[in-house]
Design a protein around this ligand. Structure first.
Ligand code: UT7
Length: 321
């Protein structure tokens, strides 16, 4: 028994913030942002627009693409760092919106690696027969935890959601999944406030992302290189066997380094960081959806999905689309 992606969906908030807009807000330049990150613009949620709103829109598109009715869904997993409420989970809120009653629904918190983690969990539910049709979503409103006066972080992030329907199938499907984490690096990329620690900052609206960008960059490049090797070795595959790299969209320089490690021309890499910025858990499913809908990714293609993020967490999924 395999699990197979049968439909993808994506959704971006209407409001767009360009690099030129950011030039009016902090001391930065379009040239610096493009050169160091590859980002040209990002979408940000409007007033009152929530992570669940974005998740619902992406989910409905994925369900339509798969030709699956909501009543058939027997598992919902939402990867997010920016839940609508402290509780219940965004997955439960999404379940209510979709009018589904009964099946398991929960959030996965692995920051930018969240979707790769969620897809891995859903794959295991399906392979063990615990679910047949899962909705797996990555959705974020990072703009809510962005310090818009900090130029070292505010130019990097954006909001959005991506979703897939994952179904039980006799044909592959997800071939292998690889998850890792090392919590000793928590302070290099974090929001240092939460419910049981520094809650006053949350009350006062000062719960913002902080990042040691340089350290994260170096660790990400090294680690993503290693996970490429690990994934190929586990499947007895060569670099040339991968048709498409669908990477986490944090920085074009990190993406290019991973592509180089695979000897892959950039034409075989799905890049959305220029248009979306870093949307954390939403970035991989959004990129996947873009390349499926524009016809680049075709049924039967071999895809390598990979991500790296706060925790640190990192992981990959190798699959036949
Ligand atoms: O998704 C989770 C994982 N996250 C990531 O993978 C992000 C990883 N990190 C990065 O992508 C990069 O480190 C950044 C894009 C965040 C920063 O790029 P960098 O090439 O590492 O720049 P830097 O931090 O070394 O800064 C270089 C210079 C500094 O000035 P000085 O000290 O050389 O005078 C910064 O103050 O650039 C300055 N700087 C800026 N200048 C204009 C930092 N941010 C900006 C800015 N505009 N927005």
């Amino acid at each position: 028994m395999y699990s197979r992606i049968t439909g993808t969906g994506g959704f971006l908030p209407e409001k767009v913030l360009t690099n030129h807009d950011l030039e009016q807000m902090v001391e930065t330049s379009d040239a610096w942002i493009r050169e160091r990150t590859g980002i040209e613009k990002r979408h940000v949620a409007g007033e009152g627009e929530t992570t669940c709103d974005l998740a619902e829109a992406a989910s409905r598109r994925a369900l339509a693409a798969a030709g699956v009715d909501v009543a058939e869904i027997d598992l919902i997993i939402v990867a997010t760092t920016t839940a609508d409420k402290i509780f219940p989970s965004t997955a439960c809120l999404l379940q209510k919106r979709l009018g589904i009653h009964g099946p398991a629904a929960f959030d996965v918190q692995a920051v930018c690696s969240g979707f790769v983690y969620a897809l891995t969990v859903a794959d295991k539910f399906i392979r063990t027969g615990s679910a047949k049709k899962a909705l797996v979503v990555g959705a974020e409103t990072l703009s809510r935890i962005t310090d818009w006066s900090d130029r070292s972080t505010c130019v990097l992030f954006g909001d959005g959601a991506g979703a897939v329907v994952l179904e039980a199938s006799d044909e592959p499907g997800i071939l292998s999944t690889h998850l890792h984490a090392d919590g000793k690096y928590d302070e290099l990329l974090h929001v240092p406030t939460g419910v049981s620690q520094n809650y006053d900052a949350v009350r006062q609206g000062r719960a913002f992302m902080e990042m040691q960008g340089n350290d994260v960059f170096r660790f990400a490049v090294r680690t993503l290189g290693k996970i490429v090797d690990e994934t190929l070795a586990a499947n007895d595959m060569k670099k040339g066997d991968i048709d498409w790299l669908v990477p986490h969209q944090a920085n074009i320089r990190i993406i290019a380094a991973t592509a180089k490690k695979l000897n892959m021309p950039m034409e075989r890499v799905v890049v959305t960081v220029n248009e979306h910025g870093n949307t954390s858990a939403a970035s991989v499913p959004l990129a996947l959806d873009v390349a499926v809908r524009d016809g680049r990714i075709q049924r039967g293609d071999t895809l390598l999905l990979e991500a790296f993020g706060g925790g640190f967490t990192w992981g990959s999924v190798l699959l036949k689309y």
